[in-house]
Design a protein around this ligand. Sequence first.
Ligand SMILES: Nc1ncnc2c1ncn2[C@@H]1O[C@H](COP(=O)(O)OP(=O)(O)OP(=O)(O)O)[C@@H](O)[C@H]1O
Length: 365
Amino acid sequence: MSRVALNVDSYEGNDTPSVEIARFVVLYGKASTRKHKIWEGDGILVCYGDCAVLKSEDERDVICRSSAVKNLDQLDEDRTINIGSWSVQIQKRIPTTSSESMKTSSGIQNPPPSALRHLNTRDPMRIPETATMKRANNGMSEENLLAPRPPPKKRPSFVPPLIGSTTSSDGTTTISIEEKTPPFVLNEEDILQRKTTSAICVDSRFSRHLRDHQKDGIKFLFQRLKGETGGAILADDMGLGKSIQTMAATWALLRGSRPPASQIASSCLIVVPSSLVNNWKAEFDKWYRMMRFPAVIALTARDISTYQSTVKSMPYLIISYDLAQRHAEKLEMCRFDVLVCDEGHKLKNLDGRLRKTRSKSGFGT
Ligand SMILES: Nc1ncnc2c1ncn2[C@@H]1O[C@H](COP(=O)(O)OP(=O)(O)OP(=O)(O)O)[C@@H](O)[C@H]1O
């Protein structure tokens, strides 16, 4: 994922700016150079003429402020920017409260660019009213413009679709998933148009969060993997959600297509660099909590044995390359149906045993 360097310096001002230029729904987390960033929450990024304010989702808390976010046109969906010590990923642009109030009275959605020039001052409370602005305001007084903003519309907060995980005394983590709603058929349209007969089912709570490119990726993976000798490389850019696509595509394979059709695969091995085992666990925690759809995180050889005896209810085994290489024979006995290799280029450094681990299909990300 590309990063854009915006002109954001620490903003010390305490004044609350009044006129918004842009407003975005964002994900935010502490800025880090880590490849796999963990977002800490949903938030709102409000851009004023001379600063940007990152707020909590309900807008009660200000998380950080920065001065002069100028390249607003570069704030596309999925763009990640750094604001102070926070990383922010733009989810979508939403109407500003200023534009809403202006729209009601004048039908104009955004202040014209010439007006914005004047907003780029340290004290937006004292905007010199220009002729252009007068037209834009359509007789609206400055007082009205600065009137208290309507309370922000409450956006439903992110609810992990799948809830709850357990850690047993031996340290094995299982994530159990309880299916409550009928699955969502990702390729309903293709089926209606008789382009395909296999429905790609993903959990409906899962599906409402998927972005279009992710739906395409899931369809691609599913189509490639459902064959006997399928394989695929998912080479999306960093941070575009390859993990969620992997989870959704394998879910469709493991849980079968539209009921009562039988499942296509019954076991899935996910091999990842040691440094990313916890990220995968966190990703599973985030998306699959409390559903009857479990994963075993292999930290020792014993976990592989546990997995063997519980594979029916826990079809995923997540393991590091190091451990997988050391226990390749044991893994071979599991006869996985699907093999996922995160950072798949690492495979070339392994000796032949893991590569020979039997799987009907597999893919790398
Ligand atoms: N549709 C979505 N809705 C909400 N959050 C999402 C969505 N897709 C991905 N994310 C979140 O974005 C973050 C980055 O996703 P992920 O780690 O899967 O990216 P990636 O493509 O695997 O990146 P990398 O190439 O760095 O491995 C994760 O925290 C993930 O939960």
